[in-house]
Design a protein around this ligand. Structure first.
Ligand SMILES: NC(=O)c1ccc[n+]([C@@H]2O[C@H](COP(=O)([O-])OP(=O)(O)OC[C@H]3O[C@@H](n4cnc5c(N)ncnc54)[C@H](OP(=O)(O)O)[C@@H]3O)[C@@H](O)[C@H]2O)c1
Length: 229
């Protein structure tokens, strides 16, 4: 449905890293025949550069360079800073930040070498780009703030190559694997009065992948119904 509404940027495959469920699966479903999904279940660990390099070597033989890279991996842990042990801290940064860094390093050089317009879309979380603390999940939001900053810098680096880099920052997106209790608690703070749907996030990504968004780069698009705090 989405492809009929906004034509995705010309080229071939859209690589969706983390597209096995939730928002990523919705993105993959919006581009039938063009999306390639990487998850641990498909044998790719985005926190492991060796795993990514192996997967991308196979991908390149089959498809060449992708026209778009969408990265949706990012575990959520809700606990106060002083209640966070070192292993959880490292796991949050591995899932949210290391995986972005290693995926970019594995995939983007081939997109640059392909010499055609492209798209990179990363995922943060609503509020991660603001200069305020996040009592609910400080380590997760610190990791997502790092994603935002990596994206802004990568946008500058890739602009001369016609590749845009943007961030989608969801608020409370409801799907079978999302954190229901936490979302229910936060719902009164959503002025639009409902949780977001996967389709809400997918629509934003589809637009970023479209030719219509070709002059938008280095931005954070917040999809949160106006979430306060
Ligand atoms: N849902 C929300 O309300 C919400 C709110 C704010 C921000 N976000 C952000 O939006 C993004 C998508 O969220 P979501 O709720 O759709 O995520 P999700 O339900 O947790 O799904 C994550 C996907 O990533 C894959 N994955 C996890 N670790 C991986 C790894 N190391 N290597 C490769 N694949 C991996 C998982 O499959 P495997 O387990 O098979 O690997 C799964 O397919 C995330 O970055 C999240 O932080 C979500």
């Amino acid at each position: 449905m989405v492809e009929g509404e906004v034509r995705a940027v010309a080229g071939d495959r859209i690589l969706v890293v983390g597209g096995g469920r939730g928002i990523g699966a919705g993105i993959a479903a919006a581009f039938p025949g063009r999306a390639v999904v990487w998850t641990r279940a498909t044998g790719v660990d985005a926190t492991d550069p060796t795993s990514l390099a192996r997967a991308f070597a196979t991908f390149q033989v089959q498809h060449g360079a992708p026209c778009a890279l969408v990265h949706t991996v990012g575990d959520f842990a809700e606990r106060p800073l002083l209640g966070t042990d070192a292993a959880t801290f490292r796991a949050q940064f591995a899932s949210n930040v290391d995986s972005v860094f290693h995926t970019i390093q594995a995939v983007v050089p081939a997109m640059v070498a392909a010499g055609r317009p492209g798209r990179v879309v990363l995922f943060a979380a609503a509020g991660a780009d603001k200069d305020r603390g996040m009592l609910r999940a400080p380590v997760y939001f610190a990791a997502k703030a790092a994603v935002v900053q990596l994206a802004r810098s990568l946008a500058l680096e890739l602009a001369p190559h016609g590749i845009t880099v943007n961030v989608v920052a969801p608020g409370l997106i409801d799907h079978p694997h999302s954190h229901g209790q936490s979302q229910a608690r936060m719902l009164p703070r959503v002025p639009l009065g409902r949780l977001g749907t996967v389709a809400d996030a997918v629509g934003t990504v589809a637009w970023l992948l479209s030719e219509a968004a070709g002059y938008v780069t280095g931005q954070v698009l917040t999809v949160d119904g106006g979430l306060q705090g």
